[in-house]
Design a protein around this ligand. Structure first.
Ligand SMILES: Nc1ncnc2c1ncn2[C@@H]1O[C@H](COP(=O)(O)OP(=O)(O)OP(=O)(O)O)[C@@H](O)[C@H]1O
Ligand SMILES: [Mg+2]
Length: 358
C-alpha cells in the first residue's frame, strides 16, 4: 500500500507540512532533534491511529497548540482511501484521537524501543507477538483486551481469598487458548521468515530459531488449562496472582543455538530485532493483500557498513519504506528518494551523493 500524500498540522514540532512521498524507499536525513522520528510517528498515527513510541495523544500536539491534525491518502492497487486524524482536547482536559482510518492500513514500525524484543522483559516479546498477530487478525487484539479484563478480575478475587473463582477459570481458559493458538501460528510464520531474512542481512550462514515458550503444552484443552490452574491454586491464593496462561509466556530467540536474549552482541541484537520486524511484512501482506508501509527509525545505526548496505538493498524492494538517518550519506541504496529534515520542515534533496560501497 502507498501513502500518496500526507499533511500535518501542529503535530509535534511541525506547524504545517504537506508531502508526497515516493512509492519506494524514502530516506529522511538530518541532524538530531529536527523532526525525523516525529514525521514517522505522524505516518504511523495517520495509518493506525496511535503512536508507535507509545506516546499519549496529549504529547502529540505541538506544545501549546489546542489541537493537531493529520490527513492523507492511501492507495491499494486502484483503490484509494482518505485518512484523517484529529487530536483534540476534551472538556475534561483529556486528549482524544478521532477521525477516519482504513481497515486494511498497516504500518510496521521499527525504533530503538524494539531492541527490547531481544534484551527486554518477556512482556516486550509478548507485546511484539500480539502486535503482529493483531496485524494479521484484528480480532486478536479484541480477544487480548478481553483476556486482560478477565485476568484482572481473577487476580482481584485471588487477593480476596478466591471466592467464586471457577467461572473465571473457565473464561480465562477459553480466551487464553484463543490467544495461544494465534500466538503459536504467529511464531511459526515469523520463524519461517526470519530464518531466511537474518542470514541475508548479516551476510553469514546462520540459523535463527524462534520458539514459543508457554506455561501450557501445545495442544492444551480448556479442561487441561483448568487443571493446570487448580494445581497451582494454593500458590495463586498465597501470591494473589494468576500463574498459568499466555500472560506468563515468552519467546525464545536463538542464533546458532545460542539464546540471543542473553548472548547477542549489540549489533547482533539490533540486526535481529530489525529482522524480526521485517519478518512481519510478508505475512501481513498476505493477510491484507498489499505490502505494509515500513517506518524504520534509525534502523542503520550501530550496524557495520556492509550490514547497512544489505539492509538498504533489502528494504529498497519492500514496497513503500520510510527510513530516518542522521547520516548525510549512506551506502548505495539504489533509487532512494532523499528528504532533508530541518526544524520541522522537510524538503526534497536532489543530486545527493549516494556513496557506493566497494
Ligand atoms: N509536542 C511537541 N511539540 C513541539 N515539539 C516537540 C513535541 N514533541 C517533541 N518535540 C520536539 O521535536 C524535536 C524533534 O524530535 P524528533 O524525535 O523527531 O527528532 P529526530 O530528528 O528524530 O532526532 P534524532 O536524530 O535525535 O533522533 C525535538 O527537539 C523535540 O523536543
Ligand atoms: Mg529520531
Amino acid at each position: 500500500m502507498l501513502i500518496q500524500w500526507i499533511s500535518l498540522e501542529n503535530f509535534r514540532n511541525y506547524r504545517t507540512l504537506t508531502l508526497s512521498p515516493e512509492p519506494t524507499l524514502n530516506v529522511l536525513s538530518g541532524p538530531n532533534a529536527q523532526g525525523k522520528t516525529n514525521f514517522l510517528e505522524a505516518l504511523g498515527v495517520l495509518l493506525v491511529g496511535r503512536s508507535f513510541r507509545g506516546a499519549k495523544a496529549a504529547d502529540l500536539a505541538r506544545w501549546d497548540a489546542p489541537a493537531a491534525s493529520l490527513a492523507g491518502e492511501l492507495a491499494r492497487g486502484e483503490v484509494t482511501r482518505s485518512l484523517r486524524r484529529e487530536l483534540s482536547r476534551r472538556e475534561d482536559g483529556g486528549w482524544v484521537v478521532t477521525g477516519e482510518g482504513c481497515p486494511w492500513a498497516r504500518a510496521i514500525p521499527f525504533g530503538w524501543q524494539d531492541l527490547g524484543i531481544l534484551y527486554g522483559s518477556p512482556q516486550a516479546r509478548r507485546n511484539f507477538l500480539d502486535g503482529f498477530a493483531g496485524k494479521l487478525q484484528p480480532a486478536h487484539l479484541t480477544a487480548h483486551a478481553r483476556y486482560r479484563r478477565i485476568l484482572a478480575r481473577r487476580n482481584h478475587l485471588l487477593q480476596r481469598g478466591g471466592g467464586e473463582i471457577e467461572p473465571w477459570d473457565e473464561q480465562l481458559a477459553i480466551v487464553g487458548l484463543e490467544i495461544l493458538a494465534r500466538r503459536r501460528a504467529a511464531v511459526a510464520l515469523l520463524d519461517a521468515e526470519v530464518r531466511r531474512l537474518y542470514p541475508e542481512l548479516s551476510g553469514r550462514e546462520q540459523e535463527v530459531r524462534l520458539e514459543y515458550r508457554g506455561s501450557l503444552e501445545t495442544a492444551a484443552s480448556v479442561e487441561r488449562f483448568r487443571e493446570a490452574l487448580e494445581r497451582r491454586r494454593a500458590e495463586e491464593l498465597r501470591r494473589g496472582l494468576t500463574l498459568v496462561g499466555p500472560h506468563r509466556d515468552d519467546l525464545l530467540v536463538e542464533l546458532d543455538g545460542r539464546d540471543m536474549r542473553t548472548f547477542g552482541s549489540r549489533g547482533q541484537q539490533r540486526l535481529l530485532a530489525l529482522a524480526l520486524r521485517l519478518a512481519e511484512a510478508g505475512p501481513v501482506e498476505a493477510a491484507v493483500g498489499s505490502p505494509p508501509v515500513l517506518l524504520l527509525d534509525d534502523a542503520l545505526s550501530e550496524l557495520d557498513p556492509q550490514a547497512q548496505e544489505r539492509v538498504l538493498r533489502r528494504v529498497a524492494r519492500s514496497g513503500q519504506v520510510f527510513l530516518t538517518t542522521a547520516e548525510a550519506s549512506l551506502p548505495d541504496a539504489g533509487t532512494a528518494a532523499w528528504w532533508n529534515v530541518q526544524e520541522g520542515r522537510v524538503s526534497e534533496m536532489t543530486g545527493v551523493s549516494v556513496r557506493e560501497v566497494a
